[in-house]
Design a protein around this ligand. Structure first.
Ligand code: FAD
Length: 472
């Protein structure tokens, strides 16, 4: 029997679309409200028509990874032959040198200047003589302390401090160690040594080398998912920006949104939201001090062959604007026209700050100078620049953020028919697969009439790096 209740799904990214699909597939009436004029959220792909043909850019190249075989099978069935296998190769660029990412001892010994090696050696020796007490994560340990305790001050200063400060816009001593704990699976010095020596298969890894990627960009997955929701009778509205919620007796009764300049109210029986957690709290009358770090993606078509064999180049120098240089063709050759390539620079900023607002023409000389420094001939640029923007790219995990996050989730907990999910919605640094699983879990909660909110908010909160068990 189809359920005739009307479920509002706020946000048309991976979490919202997954929830909507599951409910529509079970006969529910769903309406997805998405503020952008495209679907997929941070996991979308933009196309750009250049003189030589179509160029495609993700919001920072995405890889599909999951340790959930059922989710992989679902995505495979959705994509068919369009889901390719890809392999990642990443490097760190710092002070004119190129290092393996993640760091490996042999490579460091070959490439690093003697001063750096001496400093790192003394640090590590000191740690062997007087081992620090390490914990996987501690709510009040800073990123800087977490890394220094494991790698020592010299490696921290060279490879982590500048990059992290640039990415987050705050001193890494003010950033929570949670970010490191979720990115780097190093628990003790034995792990650090194994990591650096890169021995045996059980070496702790910080990333999966193999991943899956759709032929025409990551966003293809979510375009297909949205089409499927439509076929199942679900309603998917774009350019529909949620501006308010009306609640009564501990339940959300209506959602207010603007579509094409017109305010509309929609009566609802339940809400699944992947909107930013602080926005939801404020729309329901609470307070929140949680914030996000934004990214501007400076995308540029280039004439001629590939610029490098690397998927990602991490740019550690603080005076280079971007944190990463990517070449979309390294993920799929279909991302650029034949005989052409493209570059994408991820530039961290704040929404509407100077870097966000500068025109391509203003930014271009600076970007060209940086590219030349990195050995990419900027003269190959076709002059067809194009930027994309993510205002909520990273939940800002400042020291102590978890207390505010919990208070925000507790506040929303009073609304019995509201479930938060996804990256911005639960204020967690998660990948697409986890966001999709959260959406599916929120849908299951309605199908089974059980409260899974606690499970969703802590879903895949293991203290191990998500990537290392990928089955993709
Ligand atoms: C640079 C970068 C690289 C990444 N690389 C990878 C990767 O390689 N692999 C991977 O798996 N994941 C990666 N991720 C993470 C991935 O993008 C996210 O985990 C995923 O998109 C989260 O999905 P979501 O639905 O929770 O949130 P989002 O994708 O953020 O979707 C939320 C949606 O809500 C909408 N919204 C917000 N406010 C409103 C409003 N008021 N009204 C209506 N709609 C609103 C937004 O427009 C957005 O579409 C990366 C992220 C970034 C930033």
């Amino acid at each position: 029997m189809p359920d005739l209740r009307h479920i509002a799904i706020l946000g048309g990214g991976p979490a919202g679309l997954s929830a909507a699909w599951k409910l529509a597939d079970n006969g529910y009436r769903v309406t997805v409200l998405e503020a952008n004029d495209y679907l997929g959220g941070l996991a979308a792909t933009h196309s750009f028509e250049g003189k030589a043909g179509t160029y495609r850019f993700d919001f920072g190249g995405h890889r599909f990874l999951t340790k959930n075989p059922e989710l992989l099978t679902f995505v495979e069935s959705l994509m068919g032959d369009d889901l390719m296998h890809a392999e990642r190769s990443s490097v760190i660029r710092y002070r004119g040198r190129t290092y393996d990412y993640p760091l490996a001892l042999g490579n460091l010994l070959r490439n690093a200047p003697p001063g750096l090696l001496l400093g790192a050696g003394i640090d590590l020796l000191g740690k062997l003589i007087n081992p620090p007490r390490l914990r996987e994560s501690d709510d009040d340990i800073s990123f800087a302390d977490w890394i220094e305790a494991r790698f020592g001050t010299t490696l921290y200063r060279h490879f982590f401090e500048g990059y992290t400060g640039k990415l987050w816009g705050i001193d890494p001593r003010q950033l929570s160690g949670d970010w490191a704990a979720q990115r780097i699976s190093l628990i003790d010095l034995r792990d650090v040594a194994q990591r650096l020596l890169r021995r045996a298969d059980n070496t702790p890894r910080t990333y999966a080398r193999h991943y899956r990627y759709p032929k025409h960009g990551f966003g293809m997955i979510f375009d297909r998912l949205a089409a499927l929701i439509g076929e199942l009778g679900g309603e998917v509205l774009t350019r529909a920006s949620v501006t308010g919620l009306r609640a009564e007796d501990g339940q959300v009764r209506a959602v207010r949104f603007d579509q094409d300049g017109q305010a509309r109210d929609m009566a609802v029986d339940a809400v699944i939201s992947s909107l930013p957690l602080p926005d939801m709290v404020k729309m329901l009358g609470g307070q929140s001090s949680l914030g996000f770090r934004a990214l501007r993606f400076f995308n540029m078509p280039l004439a001629g062959p590939d610029i490098s064999p690397h998927t990602w180049q991490y740019l550690s120098d603080p005076d280079i604007l971007a944190t990463r240089l990517q070449e979309p063709r390294r993920r799929s050759p279909f991302m650029t026209p034949e005989g052409h390539t493209s570059a994408m620079l991820e530039i961290p900023c704040q929404e509407k700050d100077n870097l966000w607002r500068m025109s391509e023409t203003e930014l271009q000389p600076r970007v060209h100078a940086d590219l030349e420094r990195l050995g990419v001939a900027a003269g190959r640029a076709t002059g067809e620049y194009f930027s994309s923007y993510a205002a909520h790219a990273y939940p800002l995990m400042a020291l102590g953020y978890h207390r505010e996050r919990q208070a925000n989730l507790d506040f929303l907990g009073q609304f019995r028919n509201l479930q938060m999910c996804g990256r911005q919605g639960t204020f967690r640094y998660i990948f697409t697969d986890t966001a999709m699983e959260m959406g599916l879990l929120a849908a299951r909660s309605l199908l089974e009439d059980k409260d899974y909110r606690h499970d969703i908010y802590n879903h895949r909160n293991e203290k191990t790096v998500i990537e290392v068990q990928s089955v993709a």
